[in-house]
Design a protein around this ligand. Structure first.
Ligand SMILES: Cc1cc2nc3c(=O)[nH]c(=O)nc-3n(C[C@H](O)[C@H](O)[C@H](O)COP(=O)(O)OP(=O)(O)OC[C@H]3O[C@@H](n4cnc5c(N)ncnc54)[C@H](O)[C@@H]3O)c2cc1C
Length: 394
């Protein structure tokens, strides 16, 4: 697997006796982010022997450092069934895994700043309704002011989703991981998959912690998924990219919903402790070899400007901290969730393109259904890997 980036730590290849360990499972999952851990939970809950192989520690990358937005609002059409199913799971998370991961359903709102933008939002809602989706609701400027009293006067309207909200990312990954372990899943951290082969009846993943065999393989390796797929001889168009966030000092409570804008990248939310997390498609460069995304302060400053346009009273607030994470992007910014087009018993769950945290629960359940039932109950046809080969064939 020479082409895998080496930024993820590798350690000893052998056990104490100097022998390569070999372990057999029903399913091996590569990646301990929210998708790997949620898949492990749903598979183990239905009785399969599951191993998660995580090169670093669970939640170290995108899943543990993201903005925590739990948003059905503004999704590509192909993702809509999945995002709505996931929203239901977020609302039931405590019953499902014993922890609500700090999820609060305080709503998400995407505001328009001009009359042209009102039309964009109107067209969006009509398009969704023509497909039978009614979760995004158009609201006028008076309603926006009732929902977000602190917003600037120039805002002209919005789309509002009441059941959306936000959660605590690292806690969510940890909760899925613990729930998976409670059902017997085995998590190996600091365990980097270095080579994968498919034999007559089993996949064989070679790692620095030994060899893991399983009938099924799930690739949930986030930004690294394209590289992992390459070693399997398959092209999976997932490209690494960096995303940034910043957080302010604590402020008196002034906002409930998560606020986004129509034509400018913004995601803005206030946590219980008073801090405000600011993000929303804030891209930055990535050194994938070093597993590092570089903060771009000029882009952070632009983002701060959008915030003060919408909330002028925040002009003198300090930014306490900024950070970045590495995400996997597909060409159409829509995830890949489904079987390989080249190999049997191989499932991809990757390419979540900046909004995969919310999708984690339903995506994990879909992975388990693909393996155990041969099909996902929630419609995921538009997320198949084969859409890219069809596009090339046209
Ligand atoms: C700054 C930022 C803000 C975001 N905000 C939001 C948001 O508000 N709402 C939302 O829904 N989404 C958001 N996202 C996107 C979301 O975080 C991701 O889509 C999601 O977490 C992807 O989860 P994952 O499990 O696929 O990947 P990851 O969490 O990246 O997990 C993949 C894991 O695979 C491991 N791995 C890779 N290669 C190997 C190998 N060879 N062997 C073993 N392990 C390997 C990695 O170490 C990594 O831990 C944001 C992302 C970022 C970076």
């Amino acid at each position: 697997m020479g082409s895998l980036p080496t930024g993820i730590p590798a350690c000893m290849n052998t056990n104490r006796l100097g022998k390569v360990e070999q372990k057999t499972f029903d399913v091996v999952i590569i990646g301990g982010g929210i998708h790997g851990c949620a898949s492990a939970f749903f598979l183990a809950r239905r009785g399969l022997r599951v191993a998660v192989l995580e090169a670093d520690y669970c939640g170290r990358h995108a899943s543990g450092v993201n903005a925590g937005g739990v948003r059905t609002l503004g999704r590509p059409l192909a993702e809509t069934h999945l995002t709505l199913a996931s929203c239901d799971l977020w609302h039931d998370l405590k019953d499902l895994i014993g922890d609500d991961a700090g999820f609060v359903a305080q709503g998400q709102i995407k505001v328009s700043e001009t009359d042209d933008e009102v039309q964009i939002l109107r067209d969006r809602v009509s398009m969704l309704q023509s497909h039978g989706f009614t979760h995004e609701v158009l609201v006028d400027k008076e309603t926006v002011r009732e929902l977000v009293p602190a917003i600037s006067d120039h805002v002209t309207g919005a789309i509002w989703v009441e059941r959306d909200g936000f959660a605590l990312p690292y806690r969510a990954v940890t909760a899925f991981r613990r729930a998976a372990e409670a059902h017997g899943a085995v998590i190996h951290e600091n365990c980097r998959v270095e080579n994968i082969t498919q034999g007559a009846s089993k996949w064989r993943a070679t790692t620095n912690k030994g060899i893991f065999e399983a009938e099924y393989l799930v690739v949930a390796a986030g930004a690294w998924s394209g590289y992992v797929a390459q070693t399997l001889g398959e092209t999976v168009p997932v490209t690494p990219g960096g995303l940034m966030l910043m957080v302010t000092q604590r402020l008196p409570h002034f906002i409930e919903p998560v606020v986004g804008a129509t034509s400018r990248g913004l995601s803005f939310k206030q946590y219980d402790n008073g801090t405000v997390v600011i993000g929303g498609e804030l891209h930055c460069g990535v050194d994938i070899e070093a597993a590092h995304a570089e903060l771009d302060f000029s882009r952070l400053a632009n983002s701060a400007k959008i915030v003060t346009d919408l909330f002028p009273f925040l002009e003198h607030v300090s930014i306490n901290r900024a950070w970045s994470g590495i995400e996997g992007f597909t060409p159409d910014h829509t995830p890949i969730l489904g079987p390989s087009t080249a190999a049997s018993k191989l499932i991809y769950a990757c390419g979540f393109s900046s909004s995969g945290f919310q999708l984690g629960p339903a995506s994990g359940r879909a992975v388990s259904e693909l393996i155990l039932d041969g099909a996902s109950q929630v419609q995921i046809d538009g997320l198949s890997l084969s859409r890219f080969s069809k596009a090339t064939a046209l």
